[in-house]
Ligand binder design. Sequence first.
Ligand SMILES: [Zn+2]
Length: 333
Amino acid sequence: MSQFEAYMSSPLKFPLLSAAQFFHRIQIILIFSVLMIILNRFAFYLALKQKDFTITLWLYCIGLKDSLKDTRMYRQRVIILSSFAVSATFLLCGCSKPTRLPTIFGEGKNSVSFQTRFIGASFENRPIECIILGAGNDVSFILATIHGDEPAGTTLVMELSQYLQQKPELLIGRKVVLMPVANPDGLVRNQRHNARGVDLNRNFSVANRLYNAVYGYSALSEPEARIIEHVIREYKPARIVSIHQPFGCIDYDGPAKILAEQMAQLTRLPMKKLGAMPGSLGSSAGVELGIPIVTLELLPDDHKLDAQTLWRRYGAGLIAAIIYPETDALPGK
Ligand SMILES: [Zn+2]
């Protein structure tokens, strides 16, 4: 079950507060109650002394006008009002669904904002999610498994997410948008295309695209391609890395030559210019929109490797893309 499904199916519970949240609310209620008592006490005093009309009206509004002459009655009313406020607050807190607040890792300046965001659903209604790390303006977008039978990229992206959470300093001034699985229906079937038999990496809106059953009869006919396009439009990444298999090389589109060379060096994969494929993400983002995009083609058997080995081989290449054009913080340096 994905985090999104878990969230949507979580029943209403009472109370949904953790111990820390509970004591935090108690603190707020106490401070609020003390402030209200002081305010009322002050208003009560002024009303008695000066017979001010506005203050008398205020006391009337909160039901304390009758108590002007009787201090004991005033106290009782304040207690009743405060208990009512406390009960109402608890009732409201307990009945609310949990809010998906970003988890904060680390402390102080180096804390990482980390959030898993549901972007949309595939043709067969599987969630397509992004992990968003950091809150800076320099945005990198890294996606994997746009072809369902090339799953090594997903493992690598999940490792990258773990690594960045442990190295929050890499995210200062940066935001990293990770899409671990761009084609969940294809991944489940271990097939290149999506559930409708369309190659998503040929489905983008670009002049060189072809119109047929495998590339889609119209541009962005597939929900998965629309979701990727939406992420690019919303986050406006400065760089994109799309992870594939099995050609074992680094390719690029748009102004990404220097980054591609760096990544080739770090991953020990050869640079190969495969050419802008019709309707591909490279053609759309790189050639038409001018966003530097690197295609990281992993090796045919890379999905059989464990996560640590994959990370050792390719992690530095991905970090290079995130911190480009800097190189000081590369793993191993
Ligand atoms: Zn591919």
